[in-house]
Design a protein around this ligand. Structure first.
Ligand code: CTP
Length: 390
């Protein structure tokens, strides 16, 4: 099959590489899939059968980019103002142990490169130079796309690479596909490889899931299949209500990944391995899992004593975890925002010329403000009243 040229020209990123010539090259993987599904493209994976320095040079020239980074697996990443291009040599791979990163070696045939991949829908290439725009589809990915089937390329795929289970779940819900029987069976194999998966790789997979529009359905499937529990036994719960709540509260951003492990039992895991998390993540998780006497926190000023340095979304997750009503939290956050325009602590220190007195006055002011004893604009009057007693 020849891919519609107008469709190719219609994609800005692809139009840009139409002028490249010289070495035979292909676009492959997710960008071919998305092109055939009529979706817009984010980044482009390019494969060459033989790596020629002048090809990379031409690439850099076209985009006026000086640098490229050489990454693992015989690939070069070229970030341009228009998008990211990953240029790779056609390669084969083998796995020395289930769940470990593969060893790669160059191959000189695009078909071999396509066959080592995860799913048939991701194992197609379009020949870009010479300009035939021929679809190379050795495993029937195009038919699977049309029939909305997600099919692994080979038996044992998830044993080699258990991240493919997360990928399968992402594609299933993103495209509303169903698994074929072989793929469904692969989930049964996860206990052989998933426990070997590194924390860093798991984190990447979760971070990708939480950016997806249908992340709730994806994480729900991860929960129902007990996938995280297979990875580490601390993840021995699944609270779908909490998941729903987090889905409502949190933005779709990679750095929010760790919040989404809460419904699966993150508290246990965090106690065991706190140093797997970045300092900033650890601070948030410590706050979220700290046991507290909730009765003292029912008033906004009480909440403030615990949450004053926490970002709004952390406050909302904290509320969901502790069973505090979201209206109360929204009220607290609203007042906390107003407080920013009220009298500032350093202004008060200057005015009173005494740090300790200013601290006491400021704390009283904040408490009165948050608990609704004074309204915005009434701060001066309140201060005048209390200063004589301090
Ligand atoms: N790939 C694979 N096995 C993996 C990861 C990637 O076979 N564990 C292959 C697939 O052919 C995939 C390509 O590498 O299409 C690029 O991977 P990636 O950029 O992660 O995925 P995309 O297909 O671009 O998917 P997404 O739209 O989710 O980014």
């Amino acid at each position: 099959m020849i891919v519609d040229f107008d469709r190719i020209k219609g994609e800005r990123l692809l139009r840009l590489i139409l002028s490249l010539d010289g070495e035979k090259f292909y676009i492959v993987g997710g960008c071919v899939r998305d092109l055939l599904l009529n979706k817009s493209l984010k980044d482009i994976d390019v494969v060459v059968e033989r790596l020629n320095r002048s090809f990379i040079k031409n690439f850099l020239l076209i985009f006026g980019v000086q640098n490229y980074s050489k990454s693992q697996f015989l690939t070069f990443k070229i970030g341009t103002s228009k998008g990211i291009f990953d240029i790779a040599r056609a390669r084969g791979e083998y796995y020395e142990a289930p769940g470990k990163l593969p060893r790669v070696y160059p191959v000189y045939d695009i078909v071999k490169d396509l066959k080592r991949r995860d799913f048939t829908i991701n194992s197609m290439a379009i020949e870009f130079w010479p300009r035939t725009f021929k679809l190379i589809d050795p495993l029937g990915g195009f038919d699977d796309l049309k029939s909305r089937i997600l099919r692994v390329n080979k038996k044992g795929s998830f044993i080699d690479d258990p991240t493919r289970a997360f990928r399968a779940i992402r594609y299933r819900h993103r495209f509303d596909f169903r698994y074929d029987k072989l793929t469904e069976n692969e989930f049964e194999n996860l206990n052989r490889s998933l426990p070997n998966l590194s924390f860093a790789r798991l984190r990447n997979e979760i971070a990708r899931v939480v950016c997806e529009e249908k992340r709730f359905l994806m994480l729900k499937e991860i929960g129902e299949r007990g996938i995280l529990r297979i990875w580490d036994e601390s993840f021995n719960s699944f609270d779908v209500k909490m998941l729903e709540e987090l889905d409502r509260i949190l933005p779709r951003a990679e750095d929010k990944w760790f919040y989404f492990l809460i419904p699966f039992g993150l508290e246990n895991y965090f106690k065991k391995y706190p140093y797997n998390f970045k300092v900033s993540e650890r601070k948030i998780l410590e706050l979220l899992f700290k046991s507290l006497d909730l009765s003292s926190l029912s008033r906004p000023s009480g909440m403030h004593s615990v949450l004053k340095d926490a970002e709004a979304e952390t406050v909302r997750v904290w509320g969901a975890l502790k069973g505090v009503k979201q209206e109360l939290l929204m009220d607290y956050l609203w007042k906390r925002d107003l407080l920013k325009n009220s009298i500032r602590f350093n202004v008060l220190v200057k005015r009173l010329g005494n740090f300790e007195r200013a601290r006491k006055a400021y704390n009283l002011l904040v408490r009165a403000f948050l608990d609704g004893e004074i309204e915005p604009g009434e701060e001066e009057e309140f201060l005048r009243k209390i200063l004589s007693d301090l």
